[in-house]
Design a protein. Structure first.
Length: 613
């Protein structure tokens, strides 16, 4: 066809066209010229001669060409160009829609603003060139529709057609708008948290300065209070006490603001929480110093009475209430010091909920402490002195209880966050493991193509999960470095993550090996069955068609030709059978050997996991 002008052929007669076709077939493809144009261009051509000639053509052209021999190569090239460009654009749109739908945003304002800049850059720089490509593709598609409107069907996949690309493009633009709005909302939220954090930082520095001034003032007043008149000394003590209460109120407000930052997952919330805790601890120490030194010194200036604490507790309702408060604080301190942190997700979550309730109870107990503090002004002399000592013990114990309770709350919260994320990963790994260890490789219904797709998806998932697992392990290591009280539980979860992850990697390698052997196995038996079916058909044909004793000369000629073709086919299948015999030595049998898999220990809790290892 490359050497002949097809257009000149259109002007020839049917007789000339037939003569030319027979000549080209004999000259270029060695097809013996068994016919003349007169044998074909007639109302009653010889069918046997035609069948014989066409059979010789099939020997030369056993398979039809992949495209029409008279097709316009320029049209085919235009279709291929359109498909190539449309495939690139379709893939680009699909990949970017998947990326833009991700809502796992960072928790810092700088990173979020960088993310917004990237989104804007993508909209302004990446999208316009692709839109130009889309418009160009739309023009190409309309041109193709005009070309193929009369010549035939336009064979283009549905997802690559112009209207489908337009819908995908609209989804992309919509996804860009949604992501932009989500990023801006998150930035607004983080800006509010940052302003609150800056406020906490300023007020924390102010409280630190006030505490420094209070420490200096207490040291000075302790030295000179003994030289003052009782009334003047009492006035100074009241001023100092009022200033301490004001500082305490500021610290409580800071605790509330820090809790808001923690609830909003602000990245500096743990650091600010520690600073406020340190402030409260300093305030507690200063308050204890004020109560045990300044107030006691003031009472020594008055005439003492021969009373004991035990007598006052037994005879005075105010002292009895104060003693009950001291014992309550002591019991709560002991309970928190001896409380455990759980060993799995359920127990840690339960303990956190319990302690949140307990912490609210402890926080509400402040009204009892305040009530005890207000009652001290009704006493004088030795009673006042004893009451202040007991009140000092209560204040010191309650301050320690608040610090310890806040610390346990923070530790449980950090532990729960770590165990929650680790447990989610372990559940995912166990689910993936169960799929692999329960697969029956010997099943007749095994779908190799489906398993190959599963293996590819499995590998991609593991590549995506590995950084997450490493981050979780690093989170656990950080808790260990911070001397978290539940260090054994954290260590166990890190070990479980490491062990299960290595096991999952081994399962993936096993899956790849099984898949390779299974593919060879099923391919071999498919070919073997096809070969066997063909041999059965040949045998049946030999026993029926070629076993006849009486036939005409024409039928004998036809049977002889068929026998020659059959001999060629037998030679071809002989090579196939020999090849199957050689390959059979390399085919691995497929069996389900679940009992031989060395699976890691699967436990109901991390505690039992530690014990079993």
């Amino acid at each position: 066809p490359d050497k002949f002008d097809w257009r000149s052929l259109r002007s020839k007669t049917a007789h000339e066209k037939l003569d030319h076709a027979f000549t080209v077939a004999e000259r270029d493809f060695s097809v013996t010229r068994l016919l003349d144009p007169e044998d074909v261009d007639t109302k009653d051509p010889d069918e046997k001669s035609l069948i014989t000639y066409i059979s010789s053509m099939y020997d030369v052209f056993p398979n039809p060409p992949s495209y029409h021999p008279f097709a316009d190569t320029d049209k085919l090239r235009k279709i291929d160009d359109y498909k190539e460009f449309a495939s690139h654009l379709h893939l680009w749109i699909r990949e970017n829609i998947s990326i833009l739908r991700d809502r796992n945003f960072p928790n810092t304002l700088v990173e979020m603003k960088s993310l917004l800049s990237e989104c804007t850059r993508f909209r302004n720089e990446d999208v316009p060139p692709k839109q130009h490509e889309k418009q160009k593709l739309s023009h190409m598609y309309r041109e193709l529709q005009k070309i193929f409107r009369d010549s035939g069907h336009l064979d283009i996949e549905p997802e690559l057609q112009s209207d489908s690309l337009e819908r995908d493009w609209d989804r992309l633009l919509s996804t860009i708008e949604e992501r932009d709005l989500a990023i801006r909302d998150e930035i607004s939220r983080l800006e509010k948290l940052q302003r609150l954090a800056e406020k906490v930082h300023r007020q924390t520095k102010q409280c630190e300065g006030r505490l420094n001034e209070m420490e200096t003032k207490l040291s000075e007043e302790e030295k000179r209070i003994q030289r003052l008149e009782p009334s003047e000394a009492k006035h100074i003590c009241e001023e100092l006490e009022q200033e301490l209460k004001s500082i305490e109120s500021s610290i409580k407000t800071l605790f509330q603001d820090v809790q808001t930052l923690r609830d909003g997952r602000y990245h500096q919330a743990p650091e600010l929480h520690r600073r406020v805790q340190n402030l409260h601890q300093r305030w507690s120490n200063i308050h204890v110093q004020f109560t045990t030194r300044i107030m006691v010194t003031l009472q020594k200036m008055k005439k003492a009475k021969p009373l004991t604490e035990k007598q006052l507790v037994e005879t005075n309702e105010a002292f009895k209430f104060l003693q009950d408060c001291i014992e309550w604080v002591s019991s709560k301190l002991k309970f928190i010091e001896e409380a455990n942190f759980g060993n799995d997700l359920a127990s840690v979550k339960s303990l956190l909920e319990q302690h949140q309730t307990e912490h609210r109870t402890i926080d509400q107990f402040q009204k009892n402490v305040d009530q005890c503090g207000m009652r001290k002004n009704q006493f004088r002399g030795e009673e006042y002195n004893i009451y202040c000592k007991m009140l000092s013990r209560l204040d010191r114990g309650y301050s320690e209880l608040l610090v310890l309770s806040n610390k346990r709350l923070s530790d449980l919260d950090a532990l729960l966050d770590f165990i929650q994320t680790a447990t989610n990963q372990l559940i995912w790994m166990n689910e993936k493991e169960e799929i692999e260890v329960s697969r029956n490789w010997g099943a007749k219904s095994l779908n190799i193509v489906e398993i190959e797709q599963h293996q590819e998806n499995f590998t991609n998932e593991m590549e995506l999960r590995e950084p997450q697992i490493e981050n979780i392990k690093e989170q656990g290591y950080n808790l260990q470095r911070q001397n978290h009280p539940a260090v054994d539980c954290i260590e166990a979860y890190i070990a479980a993550l490491q062990t299960q992850w290595m096991w999952l990697k081994n399962l993936n390698r096993c899956l790849n090996t099984h898949l390779r052997h299974a593919s060879s196995y099923h391919q071999f038996f498919t070919e073997a069955r096809e070969c066997e079916k063909w041999l059965n058909r040949v045998e049946e044909r030999l026993n029926s068609t070629f076993s006849r004793q009486h036939f005409s000369i024409d039928e004998g000629d036809r049977l002889l030709r068929d026998m020659l073709e059959l001999m060629n086919d037998l030679n071809h299948y002989g090579h196939i059978v020999h090849s199957l015999g050689d390959r059979s030595k390399e085919i691995m049998p497929l069996k389900q050997r679940r009992q031989q898999l060395s699976r890691p220990l699967r436990v109901t809790s991390i505690c039992s996991y530690k014990q079993m290892n």
